[in-house]
Design a protein around this ligand. Structure first.
Ligand code: LRH
Ligand code: MN
Ligand code: MN
Length: 430
């Protein structure tokens, strides 16, 4: 029996208040979609099967290098974090897996697995951390990790990734995500070619240790912590990595890791075309890697990314199964609420993309009818799919209004009594 952090009765009572309004909204939307030749239940069924992993590090309040302002009832460690993740899944029915970050989440693997099983949660990609120094480690990552000039430091970073694979194997993960902060702050500080050569050799060792049914995701990021050059700075370098390493290596696209105005949906299309799209870290951003909530700033861009994903699904692209994960930092909200809302926004973009009339779009593209092609996308995007999202949650036992139900549950107040106040201060996670 799955351990439930929110009483099922409470969810049912909250849903009762909203069920009849949802029924009429769903019916009205169903009628309007059927005039467009779309079966609403088929769309709801697809949405209900769309899942996104939550990041363990996302349920704690984040921060900047200036300050962190913790909230009430901050999780004390990975087991509290898993409890919080289970609340998000219980209410949204959209987040059945958690992505762990090592060593932040290091714990006895049997206990991790047992806790996940008890809460009905699985584990998505493992994340290694060679961008900060763990207490007591022999070699510092101040000047890099997998691309470091010093062989012993590279060895330590490789061993850490191998350990992440071992932990992941024990808890049922099937992927390793590698993001490194390696780079330089001054022109001339590092040799672009040699540092990338060292990185590739180190990654090849990690790749060799990957179980057959695992995938290796490399994640690019334009800048930060290095402010002049970064070793894995863009999707071009990322593609070179995945291509050099082999068939189990793929590129991970974190939406926040690009320059403003970058056409991310086009990067996604290119990676799909060449079989190297591994997955996503969903979030939003206004300036740099500011990890805002998915859909908070540019919901149309999120839709356009999903438009490419649904297009690939529609074309039955072989071997297409990207991993969907959230990666955001919550500085001013209750992280559980932000993650609930982001999971909904991601499903919303997916649902809207499912409504695109692909035959019509093909025709307009063929005829070079720019205006109608754009209108075809806009028509899908403008559709209010909230009744579809709510029905998908309700049918799976989740909440029609998950944030309201979460607030009504008093979960945060309850854990605040059990968990001691965490300390504020400077510096937070990236
Ligand atoms: C780097 C990043 C990467 C890390 C996470 C904490 O900015 O996106 O995915 O693992 O943040
Ligand atoms: Mn990321
Ligand atoms: Mn990031």
């Amino acid at each position: 029996m799955t351990e439930l952090k929110i009483a099922a009765d409470l969810i049912a009572a909250e849903n009762d208040k909203r069920a009849s309004a949802l029924k009429s909204d769903y019916q009205a939307l169903g009628e309007s979609l059927s005039r467009r030749g779309i079966d609403i239940d088929a769309v709801t069924g697809k949405v209900a099967e769309f899942f996104v992993a939550v990041p363990s590090w996302g349920v704690g309040t984040g921060g900047t290098r200036f300050a962190r302002f913790p909230g009430q009832g901050e999780p004390r460690g990975i087991f509290d974090k898993l409890d919080d993740c289970s609340v998000i899944h219980q209410l949204t029915r959209a987040t059945p897996t958690v992505s762990l970050h090592i060593p932040w989440d290091k714990a006895d693997v049997k206990e991790l697995k047992a806790k996940g099983d008890a809460l009905g949660l699985g584990f998505d990609a493992m994340n290694s951390n060679t961008f900060s120094d763990a207490p007591g480690q022999a070699h510092s990552y101040k000047y890099g990790s997998l691309s470091h000039t010093d062989a012993a430091t590279r060895r330590q970073a490789i061993e850490h990734n191998l350990e992440c694979i071992e932990i992941g194997r024990a808890i049922g993960s099937k992927a390793l995500t590698v993001w490194i902060g390696d780079g330089s702050n001054f022109p001339g500080q590092s040799h672009f070619t040699r540092s990338f050569e060292r990185y590739l050799v180190a990654m090849a060792e990690i790749y060799k240790a990957l179980p057959d049914d695992w995938r290796l995701f490399s994640e690019h990021k334009m800048y930060e912590p290095a402010f002049y050059s970064t070793v894995v700075q863009d999707w071009g370098t990322n593609y070179l990595i995945a291509n050099t390493l082999g068939p189990k290596a793929f590129c991970l696209v974190d939406l926040g890791h690009h320059a403003p105005n970058t056409n991310i949906e086009m990067i996604v299309a290119r990676l799909i075309q060449f079989g190297k799209l591994g997955g996503f870290h969903f979030n939003d951003s206004k300036y740099g890697d500011d990890d805002l909530d998915a859909g908070a700033i540019e919901p149309y861009r999120l839709f356009l990314v999903f438009n490419e994903l649904v297009d690939a699904e529609h074309r039955d692209v072989t071997g297409f199964h990207p991993a969907h994960m959230i990666d955001q930092s919550h500085n001013v909200t209750d992280p559980i609420e932000s993650l609930i809302s982001s999971a909904n926004e991601i499903r919303r973009a997916y649902a809207q993309a499912l409504l695109v009339d692909r035959n019509a779009l093909d025709g307009y593209q063929q005829e070079n009818d720019a205006l109608m092609a754009s209108e075809t996308l806009k028509r899908a995007y403008r559709t209010d799919v909230e009744p579809i999202l709510a029905a998908a949650r309700q049918r799976a036992g989740g909440a029609i209004d998950p944030v309201a139900t979460y607030r009504a549950s008093g979960y945060r107040r309850k854990v605040a009594r059990e968990r001691p106040a965490s300390s504020a201060g400077g510096g937070g996670i990236v």
